[in-house]
Design a protein around this ligand. Structure first.
Ligand SMILES: Nc1ncnc2c1ncn2[C@@H]1O[C@H](COP(=O)(O)OP(=O)(O)OP(=O)(O)O)[C@@H](O)[C@H]1O
Length: 368
């Protein structure tokens, strides 16, 4: 496991980046933040594409950038996956993959050509030419080709941004597997909260070229003021649970949060597997007692941990404990007053199953 330590600065006429952070040499780290905060710039600095960068970058005991030194990109052993797949259109998928494989023949390897085909399910595509692939298939091939160049670190710059929600849901499980299957850490640029929730192990959040927050996904998303990233409307919390039952007839999955249960549109993972659910604060309602005879599937006993009123809006955010995890409810200040809500009170939270975007949850692999 090799950590990447960065302490770097870049100055453009109207923007500056100044980031000091150690990226652990395992798992997937989200580089997250609003448009223009410097995510791609930092990725380019790490890859060695930004010659004006100053400071220090080291990968284990290898120095990539120092006062007197600059290791060129091709000697850093970094793989780069872009938003567009950039495949060779005149070659088949096999041709594209073999091109990268041959060029990396001298590099040490922990996995074979066939391992890459297997993990990314590329066998049915091998004889197709790039222009004949869907956007999601192209990205799977692009990831495979990058892996066959034997990177020691994989940088992915919004690889799903050009895909629709359904294709994103299909390709996310493949990306999730990359660090374990190929022993390569991933730094993953995105401004999509669903991708952070489903794919990443930790977050490095940037704001105007500076670190805004770093840490695990659930606690960082909860702490981070997301108002300038996706608007208050998108803010929420991430809950971790295990699938305990699948109802194939009704297309529902039951998730145990460690005591409390959630029912959500069917998730393409087996019973027993861990899953993360992002619940938006605006999708959570509160009641003083369990209602009867209603369509809402998720009715949870929760405790009020805190209430943040927003005097300049109609709303307040209520932080709740559900089986030791956090949930937020965005409700009107008028409702807080009417219900007489206060810290420490036990109430009931209501969440419609339909508020989970089924297509953004992990999906079963489709047969090619
Ligand atoms: N070569 C350059 N010269 C001058 N300014 C630049 C250059 N590259 C990027 N910038 C500016 O630096 C800022 C950060 O850009 P960057 O592409 O890193 O942001 P980002 O967070 O990746 O945004 P997005 O999510 O929109 O891709 C922007 O204001 C951009 O205009």
């Amino acid at each position: 496991m090799t950590d990447l330590t960065t302490d770097v600065r870049v100055t453009y006429p109207e923007f500056s980046l100044d980031v000091s952070h150690t990226f652990p040499g395992q798992g997937i780290t989200a580089l997250f933040g609003p448009s223009g905060c410097g995510k791609s710039t930092l990725l380019r600095v790490i890859a060695g594409f930004e010659r004006t960068a100053s400071g220090r970058i080291s990968f284990g005991d290898e120095l990539w950038l120092g006062e007197q030194s600059f290791l060129p990109p091709h000697r850093r052993g970094v793989g780069y996956v872009f938003q567009d797949a950039r495949l060779f259109p005149h070659l088949t998928v096999r041709g594209n993959l073999e091109y990268a494989h041959k060029r990396a023949a001298d590099l040490p390897t922990r996995y074979s050509f066939d391992d890459v085909i297997d993990v990314l399910d590329l066998a049915p595509l091998l004889n197709r030419r790039a222009p004949r692939l869907s956007g999601g298939e192209k990205q799977r091939v692009a990831i495979g080709r990058t892996l066959l160049a034997r990177p020691r670190l994989l940088l992915m710059d919004e690889p799903l941004a050009a895909l629709d929600t359904r294709r994103k849901g299909e390709i996310m499980p493949y990306i999730r597997r990359l660090p374990n299957a190929f022993g390569v850490p991933v730094i993953y640029v995105t401004h999509a909260l669903e991708e952070v929730t489903q794919l990443c192990d930790r977050i490095v959040a940037l704001s105007e070229g500076r670190l805004a927050a770093t840490g695990g996904v659930a606690e960082t998303l909860e702490r981070l003021d997301l108002a300038d990233v996706q608007g208050r409307f998108e803010a929420g919390t991430v809950l971790t649970g295990r699938i305990v039952a699948q109802d194939k007839a009704l297309h529902l999955s039951r998730v145990d949060l460690g005591g409390a249960h959630f029912e959500v549109p069917q998730i393409g993972l087996a019973a027993g597997e861990e899953v993360r659910l992002r619940v938006r604060a605006r999708d959570v309602s509160l009641a003083l007692a369990r209602p009867e005879g209603m369509s809402i599937r998720n009715i949870l006993d929760v405790r009020v941990l805190g209430i943040e009123s927003e005097p300049t809006t109609a709303f307040a955010e209520v932080l709740l404990d559900v089986a030791g995890q956090h949930l937020r409810a965005r409700v009107t200040r008028a409702a807080i007053a009417d219900l007489g809500l206060r810290k420490g009170q036990t109430v009931v939270a209501l969440v419609k199953a339909v508020s989970f975007d089924r297509q953004a949850l992990p999906r079963e692999k489709r047969k090619a």
